[in-house]
Design a protein around this ligand. Structure first.
Ligand code: ADP
Ligand code: MG
Ligand code: MG
Length: 907
C-alpha cells in the first residue's frame, strides 16, 4: 500500500483529527476536527507535512503517488460542494493555505480564489449573478498569485508593493478611497494591469489552467516554509526547521458577495486581559486577509455584529461555546459569513498575554472546564509570562499630570497590557540597528501597521504603537505572543515615514522623541509618564494594596497555590541584603541559595582594600578585624530576615584585583585615606594583575592562600548566628566554598570554617546547626564529585562558571559572536541563559550521580543565573536537584516552572 499523503475533510466527516498536528499541521488538524464535531467547514483536503519534508529532500519534487491522491481528494471536494473545479458554468474555487504544527501567524503564504481565468470568471458572474463579486475575486486572485507564486514583490523593503501601487493609482483615478468602491470596469482594468506587470517583470504568462494554478500554489506554500521571515520566526520560537508545513486546499466561501457577507477573526475571550466574551474584528463585503491587513478599518464583533447580522452573530456565539467546550481553551478563530451563513475557516488555541493567561486559566477552572493541574500547564501559561504581572504600570497620578499638561495625544485599542515609554522609531530595521549598538535602548516602534517582516524590530522594542488595524491585527497578535506592551488602531496618528514624524492633534513628534503608551487603556502620551509597581507587587512587596483590593493579585495567588501543590523542587533566592531577602520571601522563596559576600565588601571597600594591600599577616589581620563587625552585622540582618529558613553563604570569590583602584588619581586618594604610600599601592595593583582573572587567583584559591580571610568570614557567620540564637531565632547557615576542583581544596577550607565554629560556640556558649558544602562550578568537581561529596555536606551548581569553564567561553567576551552563533543555528540558545543540557547538563548529571554515590541523599541545588529560567528549572527537576535559587523577581516563575516539571513527570 502506498503512503497516505492527502487527507480529505468535508460533508461532516474527515480523514484526520485534532491529534494529527504533526502530519496535518495545526490548521489542517483543526479543520478536520471541526468537521468531525459538526461545525460548518467548507470541504477540502490537507497534503501532509511529510510531503514538505520529501519536497526539500528531493530537489523540490513530490512523491510520485501524490498527484493521483490529490485528484481523488479534489473529486471528493467537488462532490461535497456540488460544484466542479475548472467548470465553465458553476466553477468551484479553492484556497491553498499553509499550516505548520505550531501556528506561525502570517509567516507563510496563502492564495485565495484559485480556479479563476477569463472563462471561469464569466461563469462565476452568471452563477452568482454578481459581476462585481466575480471580478473582485479575480482581481484578488491575480494579485495574490502574482505575489506568492510568481514572485512579483517589492524589490526593496522600502518599496511599495507593485500590486498595491496599481490598486492605489486606480482608486485615486476613480476618486474613491476603498477597494470595495471600484466599479466592474475598473476591476477588469486592474486584472489586465496586474497580468501585464507580472509579464513585464517575470516574462511569464499568467497560468489559465486551474489545475496548474493549484500546483503552482502548492509549491509556493511549501517554498514559503524556507522564506527568511519564517526561518527567523522559527528561531525566535524554537520551532525545528525539520517539521515542515502542510498544505490545505479548501473550497472557497465568499465574504465578498455583498452586504450580507463578511470575513472576520476573533478570540472567544479577550487575549490581552482575558475578559470573557468575544473579542475580534470583522469586515462586511470583504475577503480573507482584509480584516488584519488594515485596508479598511474593521468593526468590533463585540460591539456591532449582533446588530449588523443578528443571525450570524447567534451562530457564531454558539460555535464559540461549542469550541471552548470541546478544546477546553480559548480559541482564535477565522470565519466567513456568506449570505448570512457562518463558515469556519480556522481555529486554534489563542495566544494570550501573561495577564490573560492567568485570568483565563483561573476562570476556566472556576467554570469547571479544566482542573487546576491543567490550568498550570506550560501550554496555557509559559512560566516566563508571569513576569508581565510583576512589571511596572503607569502611575495614575502620573497619567493625570500628563493629561493636565496636555500630553495625552490620542487613544487607540489596548492590545498588549503594561506600560511602555521609549524613543520613537519608525522602522523595524532601525530599531534592530539601534538595539544592536545599545541593548539598553528604550524604543517604541510606531507604525501605520506591522507586517511579518517587522518581527525582529518588534522583538527589541519595549512597546508597539500602530495607527491601523484592530485587536486581531498582526501587531496585536504578535505583541500578545511576545508579551509586549501594544496599542493598535490609533487612527488619529498621522505617520509620515519619509519625514520620520508622527502628527496628532496638531502636535508633531520626531523620531527619537519620547512617547508613552498604556497597553491597558490604549492611551498614548507625549514624553515619559511615571510608572508605579504592578498590583501584584503592590500587594506583595510595597504593601500599598490589600489582597482583597486586587483581582489580579487574587488570581495570581490562586495560581501560585496550585503550583505549590504540585511541585517537588524547592525554590530559593539569590540575595545579599535583608531587603532583597524579605522581598524574595514575599514571592515565596524558601531560603537563600546564594549570598555573595563580596557585595558586602563593596560597601566597606576602603577597609577591604587595606586588607588586600597588607604586606604581612599581622597587618592583614588588623585590617580583617575592622571588617569583622561589618560582616557580622550583614549576616545578622540577613539571617533575621530569613527567620529560620536556610541561608547559603558563599565565601569570598572574585579576584582581589577587582577591588583595587586602577588609575593614579584614585590610588593617590586611597593612599591618603589609609596611610599607605601611593607607589606601594600602584605596585600591588600591578602585582595582582592577571591576564585571565576568571581562571586566576579566585574562589577557594584565595582562602587557601589567605586562610585568615576565610576565618574572619566564618567567624562573622557564626557570631551572627549565635547572637540570633540567643535572641530566640533559629538560624541554619550553610557555608559554601567556591570554585572547588580538588577535594583537598575543600578539606583545607572546611577545616578553617569548622575551627572557627568551634571557637565561636565555645566563646558564646551557644551553638547552631550548620553545613559546609561547595559550589560545583568547574568540570573537575563534577568528575570527582564522589570524592568531594565524601567531605562536602551539600552541592550547589554554579552554572555561570560551570558554563564558562565547560565551554571555554568567557561570559564577558562572548557578546561578539553569540548572536552570530544563534542566527546560524550553531547553538540553539544562549548557553548563559538556558542550560546547555547536552554539555554542561551532562556534567551536572554526573555531579549529581557521583555526588550522591559519595554521600547518599546529598542536598543539591543550583544558584547560577539559570535557576530562574523555566527550561533550566525543568532540567534541574529532571536530574533530581533539591532546589533552584534565582533572583527574587524570578521566584514565582521558578515556582510555576517547577510545578510544570513535576506534572510533566507524572504523565
Ligand atoms: P494565515 O495562516 O496567514 O492566517 P490562512 O490560510 O488562514 O492564512 O488564510 C488567510 C485568510 O484567508 C483566512 O483567514 C480566511 O479569511 C481566508 N480564507 C482562506 N481559505 C479560505 C476559503 N476556503 N474560503 C474563504 N476564505 C478563505
Ligand atoms: Mg489563518
Ligand atoms: Mg562562580
Amino acid at each position: 500500500m502506498s503512503t497516505k499523503y492527502v487527507y480529505f475533510f468535508g460533508a461532516g466527516k474527515a480523514d484526520g483529527n485534532a491529534k494529527m498536528k504533526n502530519e496535518l499541521g495545526g490548521k489542517g488538524a483543526n479543520l478536520a476536527e471541526m468537521t468531525n464535531i459538526g461545525l460548518p467547514v467548507p470541504a477540502g483536503f490537507t497534503i501532509s507535512t511529510e510531503v514538505c519534508t520529501y519536497y526539500y529532500a528531493h530537489e523540490k519534487t513530490y512523491p510520485p503517488e501524490l498527484e493521483a491522491q490529490v485528484d481523488a481528494a479534489m473529486a471528493q471536494v467537488e462532490k461535497a460542494m456540488g460544484k466542479k473545479f475548472g467548470d465553465t458554468t458553476d466553477p468551484l474555487l479553492v484556497s491553498c493555505r499553509s499550516g505548520a504544527r505550531e501556528s506561525m501567524p502570517g509567516m507563510m503564504d496563502t492564495v485565495l480564489n484559485i480556479g479563476l481565468n477569463d472563462v471561469t470568471v464569466e461563469a462565476l458572474t452568471k452563477a452568482s449573478g454578481n459581476e462585481r463579486f466575480a471580478w473582485d475575486s479575480y482581481r484578488r486572485f491575480v494579485q495574490m498569485y502574482g505575489d506568492v507564486v510568481m514572485g512579483l514583490k517589492p524589490e526593496k523593503k522600502t518599496d511599495i508593493d507593485p500590486f498595491e501601487d496599481l490598486l492605489e493609482k486606480k482608486k485615486h483615478a476613480a476618486g474613491v478611497h476603498f477597494d470595495n468602491e471600484l466599479s466592474v470596469a475598473q476591476l477588469k482594468e486592474l486584472v489586465a494591469e496586474f497580468k501585464a506587470a507580472i509579464k513585464a517583470k517575470t516574462g511569464l504568462d499568467f497560468p489559465t489552467d486551474p489545475k496548474k494554478q493549484v500546483w503552482g500554489a502548492v509549491g509556493a506554500v511549501f517554498s514559503s516554509w524556507m522564506n527568511d521571515r519564517a526561518i527567523v520566526y522559527r528561531r525566535t520560537y524554537g520551532i525545528p526547521h525539520e517539521w515542515g508545513t502542510a498544505v490545505n486546499v479548501q473550497a472557497m466561501v465568499f465574504g465578498n458577495l455583498g452586504d450580507d457577507c463578511a470575513t472576520g477573526v476573533a478570540l472567544t475571550r479577550d487575549g490581552a486581559l482575558g475578559t470573557p466574551g468575544y473579542c475580534g474584528d470583522y469586515l462586511i463585503n470583504a475577503q480573507g486577509e482584509d480584516v488584519v491587513a488594515g485596508i479598511r478599518t474593521p468593526l468590533r464583533i463585540e460591539e456591532t455584529l449582533a446588530k449588523d447580522m443578528p443571525k450570524a452573530f447567534e451562530e457564531l456565539d454558539s460555535i464559540g461555546k461549542i469550541l471552548e467546550g470541546h478544546y477546553k481553551d480559548v480559541q482564535d478563530i477565522e470565519f466567513t459569513v456568506e449570505k448570512g451563513k457562518v463558515w469556519m475557516l480556522q481555529t486554534r488555541n489563542a495566544k494570550r498575554t501573561g495577564f490573560a493567561a492567568v485570568r483565563i486559566a483561573v476562570d476556566l477552572v472556576e467554570e469547571g472546564k479544566i482542573t487546576d493541574k491543567e490550568a498550570i500547564s506550560p501550554k496555557r501559561i509559559p512560566a516566563d509570562d508571569l513576569n508581565q504581572l510583576l512589571q511596572p504600570v503607569f502611575d495614575l497620578a502620573g497619567k493625570k499630570a500628563a493629561q493636565a499638561g496636555g500630553k495625552l495625544l490620542t487613544k487607540g485599542i489596548n492590545a498588549g497590557p503594561g506600560a511602555a515609554f521609549g524613543q520613537i522609531v519608525f522602522h523595524a530595521d532601525d530599531a534592530e540597528a539601534i538595539f544592536l549598538k545599545n541593548p539598553k535602548a528604550e524604543l517604541v516602534l510606531v507604525r501605520r501597521e506591522t507586517t511579518p517582516e517587522d518581527l525582529r524590530g518588534m522583538k527589541v522594542a519595549k512597546g508597539i504603537l500602530t495607527a491601523f488595524g484592530g485587536a486581531s491585527s498582526h501587531a496585536a497578535l504578535v505583541s500578545r505572543q511576545m508579551g509586549k506592551v501594544c496599542v493598535v488602531g490609533a487612527s488619529e496618528l498621522n505617520i509620515d515615514y519619509e519625514k520620520a514624524t508622527v502628527t496628532v492633534g496638531g502636535k508633531t513628534l520626531k523620531e527619537g522623541d519620547f512617547i508613552s503608551i498604556d497597553g491597558f487603556t490604549g492611551e498614548v502620551f507625549e514624553g515619559k509618564v511615571d510608572t508605579k509597581p504592578s498590583e501584584v507587587i503592590q500587594v506583595l512587596i510595597s504593601k500599598t494594596m490589600k489582597p482583597e483590593e486586587s483581582e489580579t493579585y487574587q488570581r495570581f495567588a490562586k495560581l501560585m497555590s496550585w503550583a505549590d501543590k504540585y511541585r517537588t523542587l524547592k525554590v530559593r533566592t539569590n540575595a545579599d541584603e535583608p531587603k532583597q531577602a524579605t522581598q524574595a520571601v514575599s514571592f515565596g522563596a524558601e531560603g537563600i541559595g546564594l549570598c555573595r559576600t563580596e557585595h558586602m565588601f563593596f560597601d566597606h571597600v576602603d577597609e577591604f582594600r587595606e586588607m588586600i594591600l597588607a604586606g604581612d599577616l599581622p597587618s592583614r589581620e588588623k585590617a580583617l578585624a575592622k571588617l569583622l563587625p561589618f560582616q557580622r552585622e550583614d549576616f545578622y540582618g540577613l539571617f533575621k530576615a530569613m527567620n529560620g529558613l536556610p541561608v547559603t553563604i558563599r565565601l569570598l570569590d572574585p579576584p582581589l584585583h577587582e577591588f583595587l583602584p586602577h588609575d593614579h588619581a584614585s590610588q593617590a586618594d586611597l593612599a591618603a585615606k589609609i596611610g599607605i604610600p601611593a607607589d606601594y599601592i600602584a605596585r600591588r595593583v600591578h602585582e595582582l594583575h592577571e591576564s585571565n582573572p576568571m581562571l586566576g587567583h579566585r574562589g577557594c584559591r584565595l582562602g587557601i592562600v589567605y586562610p585568615e580571610i576565610t576565618a574572619m568570614q566564618a567567624r562573622a557567620i557564626f557570631e551572627a548566628a549565635c547572637k540570633l540564637k540567643k535572641e530566640g531565632l533559629t538560624v541554619i547557615p550553610e557555608v559554601m566554598i567556591p570554585l572547588v576542583g580538588y577535594v583537598a581544596e575543600f578539606k583545607n577550607q572546611e577545616k578553617v570554617v569548622r575551627e572557627q565554629a568551634e571557637k565561636v560556640f565555645a566563646e558564646t556558649g551557644e551553638s547552631v546547626e550548620y553545613l559546609v558544602g561547595t559550589m560545583v562550578e568547574v568540570p573537575r568537581a563534577c568528575a570527582t564529585a564522589d570524592q568531594i561529596a565524601g567531605a562536602a555536606e551539600f552541592f550547589s551548581f554554579g552554572t555561570n562558571d560551570l558554563t564558562q569553564t565547560t565551554l571555554g567561553i568567557s561570559r564577558d567576551d562572548y557578546g561578539g559572536f553569540i548572536n552570530h552563533y544563534k542566527e546560524n543555528d550553531i547553538v540553539p540558545n544562549d548557553p548563559f541563559q538556558m542550560i546547555d543540557q547536552a554539555g554542561v547538563g551532562t556534567l551536572m548529571k554526573m555531579g549529581v550521580e557521583k555526588g550522591r554515590s559519595g554521600r547518599p541523599g546529598l542536598k543539591i541545588g543550583i544558584c547560577g543565573e539559570h535557576g530562574g529560567e523555566p527550561s533550566s528549572v525543568v532540567f534541574c527537576h529532571k536530574i533530581g536537584l533539591d532546589y533552584v535559587s534565582c533572583s527574587p523577581f524570578r521566584v514565582p516563575i521558578a515556582r510555576l516552572a517547577a510545578a510544570q516539571a513535576a506534572l510533566a513527570d507524572a504523565k
